[in-house]
Design a protein around this ligand. Sequence first.
Ligand code: HEM
Length: 424
Amino acid sequence: MSGPKPGFSRRAFFGGAVASAAAGAAIGVTATGLSEQAANAQAGGQGSAAGTSTAAGETYPFYGEHQAGIQTPPQDHLVFMVFDVTTTSATELQVMLAKWSAAIAQYTQGLAVGTVEPERELAVPGDTGEAAGMGANQLTVTVGFAPSMFDGRFGWAKYKPAVLNDLPAFASDALTPEFTGGDICVQACASDPQVAYHAIRNLARMARTTATTRWTVQGFGRASRSADQATPRNLMGFKDGTRNIVGDDEFAQQVWVGADSDQQWMTGGTYLVARKIHMLIETWDTDYIGDQHAVFGRTKMEGAPLSGAAEFDTPDFAATGADGKSVIPANSHVALAAHENNGGTKILRRGYNFTDGIDSVGRLDAGLMFISFQHDPAQFIALQQKLGSMDRLNEYIRHVGSGVFAVPPGLAAAGDYYGKALFA
Ligand code: HEM
């Protein structure tokens, strides 16, 4: 996995290539990822880089085998939005996906699409402007298609992967229509929230007349880690992401769809499961620490398994105490979710803490925007079937939103676009 490219400054942001409305059209991005104008702007030193931090200038490559935003080390901020496609014209959908692809290629490299201040007084600005001068901020944008996209509206039925189906109902589900379903998901992650929001906002703007917004969640703190990151904490105060998938081998085995898939267009892709999980924070905050430890099967500050002393100690699920009971309770979250107890199944967790403020009676409205990636949704389903019915954590959480999406592989080069193979 290649790391971020430092020093790609905000000077380039408004170098300005303009996205073509034509499907598959390239938009003036050179092989280096810089538009000619942007490169000139950089070389000529237009604007000032003052105040631009290293992270602000960092970019992740857009083109490649896999979409960015999956194996990419989790950034600090998320905007997740699900769209409903309103057109029944495959051509209009194709144009929208081509525009999105070209725009995302720009945004993720710190470049804009169109200008904020067009020369003609009567011209509408191409870009909304709120990310001007901010840099790419490690922005990644990841796009996925729900099962509903393969219902025949666009001629995609023959391309439906056998494993892509609506998720089954799980015990303890409390799903609401406001945060469930939809046709296309877009996950924008960045080290700055405004940069992530700008990308989503402008994609929504481009989609108008073709797709409408259905539901969204803004995450303000990562709740997962990659190999080189410290483990962050979720809103229950526990370290989250300790035993996440981190190595290339595990990504190959558990996350990326292989060439043996029934749909070749998914090779190098993956499946995204989104669950908006509300936490009953007031109830959790009155729970005593011994029970909190038993709920997760780990300690709160260190994050160690209850059978060990340090965060990365391997849990011993067979260990018993003087009372003969399991040291890590069998109904604790980690005992139920661990690969040792699930035939080796693992998933990549890449969730974010979120808050929606307070609810109508003044309770804190917050939780975990759980996002996982796996080569088959069955991996998530098997885990959630156990967790949904037995997890001690269920007393303190409610799954209120849900979606499953096929995430195609990365785009090859300028001119390629999301779903291109599906229009053949
Ligand atoms: C609000 C909901 C959730 C919270 C607060 C939460 C929190 C945690 C915490 C604190 C850990 C232990 C540290 C770690 O290894 O990352 C963990 C582990 C894990 N969680 Fe969750 N989790 C939630 C929902 C889920 C869901 C819905 C799934 C999948 C269906 C899931 C799957 C896992 C897995 C696979 C592990 C690793 C277990 C191990 O190998 O030890 N979690 N979670």
